[in-house]
Each structure stands twice: as C-alpha cells, then as structure tokens.
Design a protein around this ligand. Structure first.
Ligand SMILES: [Zn+2]
Length: 167
C-alpha cells in the first residue's frame, strides 16, 4: 500500500477517473509527487523516488510519466528560466512564490492563497469575464522573490520603516 495520506483517494482510483492505466511506476511517481510540497524537477523527483521507495527507475521514465500526468490533468508543469520544469500534483488553484535566485517554487499558505484568489474572483475576474465576454477557467499567479537577501546584512543607514514618521 503506497498511499499514506488517508485524505487523498488511492492513485489507482484517481487514474481510473482520468482514464489512465495504473502501472506500478506511475503509481509510485504520482504518490511521491503528491506527497511533496517541493515542486520538484524531474531530477529531484527521481531522487525522491529512489530514496523513499528504493526503486530502480530511469530518469527517462520519470520524465515520461510526469508528462503523462500533466496531460491527464493530474499534475501541473512550471517551466523555469534555465529550461527545466518543476512539477506539482496539487492541481487545486493556489498561488506560488518563485525564488528567482534558486529557481525553487513554494506554495503561498493556503489561507492567504484562498483570500487573494477570493478577492480577485469576487470583483476583478468577473469584470475581465464581462469585458472580454469569456469565462475564466483557471487562475495561475506566481509571486517572485529572492530566497537569499544578501543586502539585509549591510544595513541601510537612513532607511525609514514604511510607516515611519517623526511626529
Ligand atoms: Zn503548488
């Protein structure tokens, strides 16, 4: 039994619903991707599978399988600046932060993500739909940041806090 999260339906049920054949390799890759929050690259996912499941699996198989999962709507692909892609098996709408210096992608905390999407949906998305005469199916927002803030240590003499007033 690979499925360790009782809140998630077993991989074979998910595959059946999406018309995918359930092979042991697909199952182990999907479960591994579903259980990580790291939005791994193919290489990172390969390493996770090897470490966690002690499985001999080729990089090519990992690559092909994540592409199959994306096509079936079971994972999302995020191209990165250096040409490789990162993958997420959380296909629910949520916001991401991309670190421009490391290439990592992390989820915005769910509560904040929902609040931001809720604000957009209730006002602005509706206006876009009305003005363009379309129906928005999916919102994909990425916030960009740097993971390593090297100028924090240098201190900025004379810098004022955002609300800093002298009177
Ligand atoms: Zn995500």
């Amino acid at each position: 039994m690979i499925n360790s999260n009782p809140a998630q339906p077993p991989a074979k049920d998910v595959f059946a619903r999406h018309g995918l054949r359930c092979t042991p390799q697909r199952q182990v890759l999907f479960e591994t991707l579903r259980q990580t929050k790291s939005h791994p690259t193919v290489e990172e996912l390969h390493q996770l599978v090897v470490e966690q499941h002690d499985k001999a699996i080729s990089l090519a198989t990992v690559y092909n399988t994540v592409e199959v999962l994306c096509k079936a709507g079971l994972a999302k692909r995020f191209p990165t600046a250096n040409g490789c892609c990162r993958y997420d098996a959380d296909i629910g709408e949520h916001l991401h932060v991309r670190f421009t210096d490391t290439g990592e992608i992390v989820d915005v905390p769910a509560e904040l993500s929902d609040k931001i999407l809720g604000c957009l949906r209730s006002k602005l998305i509706e206006q876009v739909e009305q003005q363009l005469g379309i129906s928005i199916e999916n919102v994909n927002i990425q916030l960009h940041s740097r993971r390593h803030c090297d100028d924090a240590a240098t201190g900025m003499p004379g810098a004022m806090p955002p609300n800093g007033t002298s009177d």
